[in-house]
Ligand binder design. Structure first.
Ligand code: PEP
Length: 270
């Protein structure tokens, strides 16, 4: 299993996409925290984070801090720019003032629906890193890519490109980036990759991290799988040596289901 024999604490991350306003977010986070408390969730063994829409972030941050919850949170996107005439955008500096630990960058919905290029993703990663926010860098191939190039070529190329502009002030720390392998054909389709498919690409992504950032950083970096993850299939992914967690879309909006995914250690045989 990924977390056994490695320093990597698994991360279960819920991408809410454009769901739940700030009032719904407060109720949701409270209930999720109670569910995990009832289940005696050990946050030292599995980190759990939610990624609400921008308008919820202040409420979620305040709740987590006031109630001393162990849940973490992140934004779903960030601007590549520092400030200025970029109507509708949110800078990494603004996210930092909310003590936002994480930001998803390069989600396939941003790449396809908003034509985000590899260069733009790289600039966003650079901005997050500059402001000390951990980018959750999403990479993944479409069904067409899979047929044309096989499973790893596009995710590996996207990861190389995404890291090409970031300037780590010191040697990148062990948890300064998270990579999420999300085959586009598996997102929201109900057709998850097999654990073996996820492992094959995750291993290639880790080899790429070793080449770019060195083996210490590569060994410590969490690589998540995303695409139709549910409580019924999480255990299979978490048994894979290079899969260190999941980026969960649809199932992250169902509290018992998401809590059960976060509790994967209870249903994964070691
Ligand atoms: C996602 O959007 O990142 C995702 C993995 O969605 P789903 O879990 O619904 O496939």
């Amino acid at each position: 299993m990924a977390s056994v024999g490695s320093s990597r604490v698994p991360l279960i991350a819920g991408n809410w996409k454009m769901n739940l306003d700030h009032l719904q977010a407060i109720a949701f986070v409270q209930k999720l925290a109670w569910s995990l408390k009832d289940a005696r969730h050990d946050f030292a063994k599995t980190e759990v984070a939610v990624f609400p829409p921008f308008t919820d972030l202040r409420s979620v941050q305040t709740l987590i801090s006031a109630d001393k919850l162990h849940l973490r949170f992140g934004a779903q996107d960030v601007s590549a720019h520092e400030s200025g005439a970029y109507t509708g955008e949110i800078s990494a500096a603004f996210l930092k003032t909310l003590d936002t630990p994480y930001v998803i960058i390069g989600h396939s919905e941003r790449r396809t629906l908003h034509s985000e290029s590899d260069e733009e993703v790289a600039a966003k990663v650079a901005s997050a890193v500059k402001h000390g926010i951990v980018p959750v860098i999403c990479v993944g191939e479409t069904a067409e890519d899979l047929e044309l190039h096989g499973p790893s070529a596009i995710p590996v190329a996207q990861l190389r490109a995404a890291l090409s502009q970031a300037k780590f002030e010191r040697e990148p720390g062990l948890t300064d980036i998270v990579v999420a392998y999300e085959p586009v054909w598996a997102i929201g389709s109900g057709q998850a990759a097999t654990p073996e498919q996820a492992e094959q690409v995750a291993a290639q992504l880790r080899a790429t991290l070793t080449e770019i950032l060195g083996s210490d950083v590569a060994d410590a970096t969490r690589i998540l799988y995303g695409g139709s993850v549910k409580s019924s299939n999480i255990a299979g992914f978490m048994r894979m040596p290079n899969v260190d967690g999941a980026l969960v879309g649809g199932a992250s909006l169902d509290i018992p289901e998401f809590a059960s995914i976060a509790q994967f250690l209870k249903h994964v045989g070691t």
